[in-house]
Design a binder for this molecule. Structure first.
Ligand SMILES: O=c1[nH]c(=O)c2nc[nH]c2[nH]1
Ligand SMILES: [Zn+2]
Length: 502
């Protein structure tokens, strides 16, 4: 078992504590709303109203509805007390957008973002990653890192994150507690790895890995019994680091607890794939062939609840198997470029009906921002077009990568219909986006602290809007040049969890 940490009272930012006390009010959001309608289509609602009840559920979406109309017609229809409604208005040029879903990241690797040199996966793990992850068995360090990563990702509009922690149970549980306290939706995985990693950072046996995984699951189930905000996720690190016995037992655990997702890595790097073939000839697993996907399938880990990170080099037969099992893919383009893994052919996966989302994969990826992952997804898809066998239609558009960042991600983490869009019955996981507005004299009139004085006006970074751009052009400018300076406020399940101060 890992070291002990008192995770009863995680330090919660004062702001979040206050909000937790004051947030349980019905809310009326007014202004422009942008969300995905289909893979390649955004829906723009202007002068609209969205009503969110005390539980954080969207109960009305009204087009062409200003505040007066909402008060006259919508609030009475909902039976709401018009004097006890919190009104949140997007200013001219601002818009509400669904919160981002980061379908794959390692909270424990956050201190290493940007530190990878010229390494590739297997040497990167040994040089940079395992030593850092092992060091997080230090409770104070774990608290420092995990507190920071939750705040940082929220500040970039990530309302839901599928986290890997480490093999240490206590600090994994602390990460779950911190997510719960800060109000971030999360999948939190205690990492399982009983072979081929250094002695100082390895499960002593499959039995220990299973017992520790069960302990972490029990903690998270107790902390959030409905699993409505934070869920445990069964996490075999990747096949090379897991014995067949461990993978089989994790597959059995997943079958025993059908409300839990599974996350792992697949086909990220060519040397890794060669290693899988060497380690797991079909007779060791009973697999149909020696492919990577077949190893997971034979051990009960390739299911419709499985999130497969990377899937860069899947063969057509493997892609067909993944589609047949309805497993999901987390596309991590920033990581795949940074540690020279390759360019995933996302269109090929989508064409097969495989649900895909985006992952930052920190710290294989160097950025905590899903917006950064989205723009990398656009660029990597251009390289796919240029590579042998590439086709023009492999290109991903701004609309498509925003779909992957929201609705696609929701499907990947098993929350389709709950988050990822603005529809009645969905939960209000959202961000208020503000872009800089340039005046006639060429100076910034909104943003960079000018033009209104309200907090969220703040600085608007690198996105300058001149006023003649169409809404799709504004959104494209945000995707290519936006960052956390444009993320003015963030809500999860109706609760304000981040507000930009400058
Ligand atoms: O991107 C990755 N990050 C990791 O930590 C890891 N471990 C195995 N395979 C991995 N891939
Ligand atoms: Zn990863």
């Amino acid at each position: 078992m890992g070291s002990r940490i008192d995770s009863e009272h995680p330090r919660v930012p004062a702001q979040a504590r206050t909000e937790a006390r004051t947030e349980a009010r019905n809310k009326l959001f007014l202004g422009s709303f942008v969300h995905s309608k289909a893979l390649d289509e955004l829906d723009y609602l202007h002068d609209a109203a969205v009503c969110v009840d005390k539980s954080g559920t969207i109960v009305a979406v009204e087009r062409d509805c200003d505040e007066a109309k909402a008060r006259e017609t919508v609030l009475p229809r909902l039976g709401w007390d018009a004097d006890d409604v919190e009104v949140v208005r997007a200013r001219e040029g601002q818009f509400f957008f669904p919160g981002f879903i980061d379908t794959h990241l390692h909270a424990s690797q956050y201190p290493n973002v940007g530190i990878f040199g010229k390494s590739t996966l297997l040497d990167w793990l040994n040089t940079y990653t395992f030593p850092l992850e092992a060091s997080l068995s230090n409770p104070a360090k774990a608290r420092q890192v995990y507190t920071r990563v939750v705040r940082k990702t929220l500040s970039h509009g990530t309302t839901c994150a599928a986290y890997y922690a480490t093999i240490d149970v206590a600090s994994t549980n602390l990460l779950a507690d911190l997510c719960l306290a800060a109000g971030q939706r999360a999948l939190v995985g205690r990492v399982c790895m009983d072979q081929l990693s250094p002695d100082y950072y390895r499960d002593a046996s499959a039995a220990v890995a299973i017992a520790d995984t069960r302990a972490s699951i029990a903690h998270i189930r107790a902390a959030d019994p409905s699993l409505s905000l934070v869920r445990p996720v069964i996490t075999p690190r990747f096949a090379p680091a897991c014995s067949v016995a461990l993978m089989r037992q994790l597959g059995a655990l997943a079958a025993e607890q059908p409300d839990l997702p599974i996350q792992t890595h697949i086909s990220e790097n060519k040397n890794e794939i060669a290693l899988v073939k060497e380690l797991f000839p079909p007779h060791t697993t009973g697999a149909a062939d020696d492919s990577y996907a077949a190893v997971y399938d034979a051990t009960g880990l390739l299911t419709e609840r499985t999130i497969l990170a990377h899937a860069v080099h899947l063969t057509d037969a493997e892609a067909a198997l993944v589609a047949e099992r309805k497993a999901k893919v987390s596309h991590c383009p920033c990581s795949n470029s940074a540690i020279t893994s390759g360019a995933a052919r996302v269109r090929r996966l989508l064409d097969r009906g495989i649900a895909c989302g985006l992952g930052t994969d920190m710290s294989g990826g160097y950025s905590p921002s899903v917006l950064e992952a989205a723009r990398h997804a656009v660029l990597v898809s251009r390289h796919v077009v240029l590579a042998p066998g590439g086709e023009e239609r492999d290109k991903l558009s701004v609309e498509e990568v925003l779909y992957l960042a929201t609705r696609g991600g929701a499907e990947v983490v098993g929350l389709e219909g709950t988050v990822g869009g603005f529809e009645v019955g969905m939960e209000w996981d959202a961000q208020l986006v503000g872009l800089g507005q340039i005046g006639e004299d060429g100076e910034v009139v909104v943003g960079e602290g000018r033009g209104g004085g309200e907090e969220e006006q703040g600085e608007s970074g690198d996105v300058d809007v001149f006023g003649w751009e169409s809404w799709p052009e504004r959104v494209a400018k945000w995707v290519y040049n936006g960052d956390d300076r444009n993320t003015k406020r963030v809500w999860v399940k109706g609760r304000l969890v981040h507000q930009r101060k400058f």
